[in-house]
Design a binder for this molecule. Structure first.
Ligand SMILES: Cc1cc2nc3c(=O)[nH]c(=O)nc-3n(C[C@H](O)[C@H](O)[C@H](O)COP(=O)(O)O)c2cc1C
Length: 167
């Protein structure tokens, strides 16, 4: 086995981003209710399951996000797993558009967080732990409620492109 010394392991941000883009992920919109009663959401592909017992999931937020304190202080958040036919919605929730929820059907879930209608699945969480993760903050949520709906192809993210996973 060849040992690599730490000084040889440095990878540039651009290289790591390029390599990671080859890891196909699903696409979610993570939502939260603002204190003023308006919904907020952003497109997220860092979502992953962590634990079944207790039921835990995670996602990470860029520390540059203007909504870092919103999520850090929220009583919970929801993960909406998006379908391929909702790719346009995923683009909108990653854009600078002001009112991302304009014209979108959504409801308040059991944990009082916004749930996007017609998503493939909803996962409602209360905060479990928040970790520092370099230039991102990792939110681990305890799953309070989880439901999946119609079996449509999922949205996928691969090599920087939103698309559809072909089985
Ligand atoms: C497919 C995809 C996945 C993304 N995943 C994340 C993520 O995991 N964490 C994150 O902080 N931003 C992620 N983003 C970027 C955010 O969606 C985007 O920066 C956000 O909408 C900015 O919202 P703001 O202007 O309200 O801060 C992703 C964008 C796309 C298109």
């Amino acid at each position: 086995m060849t040992m690599i010394s730490p000084s040889e392991t440095s990878v540039s941000a651009a290289d790591l981003r390029q390599v990671m883009s080859h890891y196909l992920t699903g696409v979610t919109i993570v939502t939260v209710m603002k204190p003023d009663g308006t919904p907020y959401g952003l497109t997220v592909n860092s979502f992953n399951s962590v634990s079944l017992d207790p039921p835990l999931i995670l996602w990470s937020l860029d520390n540059k996000s203007s909504q870092l304190s919103l999520f850090s202080n929220a009583a919970g958040f929801a993960v909406n797993i998006m379908a391929a036919d909702q790719s346009q919605l995923c683009r909108r929730f990653a854009s600078q558009e002001d009112d991302r929820f304009l014209g979108i059907d959504w409801v308040l879930g059991a944990c009082e967080q916004p749930l996007i209608s017609n998503a493939l699945a909803h996962i409602e969480c209360r905060p479990w732990q928040i970790y520092a993760g370099g230039d991102h903050t990792i939110f681990v949520g305890e799953v309070i409620s989880a439901q999946h709906f119609a079996d449509r192809p999922p949205a996928a993210f691969f090599k920087g492109q939103l698309g559809q996973y072909e089985s």
